[in-house]
Design a protein around this ligand. Sequence first.
Ligand code: RIB
Ligand code: CA
Length: 308
Amino acid sequence: MEKIKVILDVDPGHDDAVAILLAGRHPKLEVRGITVVAGNQVLDKTLQNALNICEYAGLDIPVYAGMSRPLLREQVISTVHGESGLDGVEFGTVAKRAEDQHAVDFIIKEALASQGDLVLIPVGPLTNIAMALLKEPRITKGIKEIVLMGGACGQGNYTASAEFNIFADPEAAHIVFSSGLPLTMVGLDVTNQAIAYPHVLDRIKGLGSRVSRMVVDSMQSYYAAYLTLGDWPGPAVHDVCAVAYVIDPSILQVKKARVDVETNGGLTYGRTVCDFRAAPDRPANAQVAVGIDQEKLWDLLISVLEQY
Ligand code: RIB
Ligand code: CA
């Protein structure tokens, strides 16, 4: 069975870390590289976290440093993941180094060399993806689809209107959503249901590996931060949902929609405006995740964590 070639674009981030573990060992995926962007923390920290995770988990995947700031707006950093961006996990000294090539140039190189079968899975702000599209528009020929974690049809999480990944760089998101590429938006409407409940963490803990222990430790720290946001029954592992969908599309239910990104609003800045009405003058530009099979998601993740 031919593997699916993917690039995972991340801003680790506790849920990014689990997404890396899922992508890194699933037999259906060929992870060509991990590109890193500022988001949950500044780029130095998100990059170090990505290197730490790969080395700790024994993943021999090249890691590329990307954009350190949004295209236009002032930088916003999420507080949920803590000062390090991955609070609650101690990695010790790490030998793995980032590749010399910039993440944007790596994405361009991979897409131009691809036969149209490259899948991009961005799970942070879309700055790297937007920059690649701006710098080399021809890359669209090599990209099969973009499956991104971001946005929401309903409530946001960074503001009432906007989800963090989009809010952190709305102009980049606008460029991606108007690229004309096949796009699946895996937003809060489903990822807020991807809760690492205690019974899920018990299953992961039962795997008894150093990686499973790292996941449980990181989720406990992530959950402590979540509890400052409200009475959540557990932390939401948003980014895992996008990777899981590429592996097994039956995990999510999707619907075609026209999605526009608000780049001018005050209260609505960074909102993904999802229109499910079919309109000839405003054709659908994405499919939006509207349902999730949580049991399938956790069974998939745990089946891969068993490989570590
Ligand atoms: O809103 C959730 C998203 O913001 C996730 O990608 C999480 O890692 C944070 O970046
Ligand atoms: Ca993320």
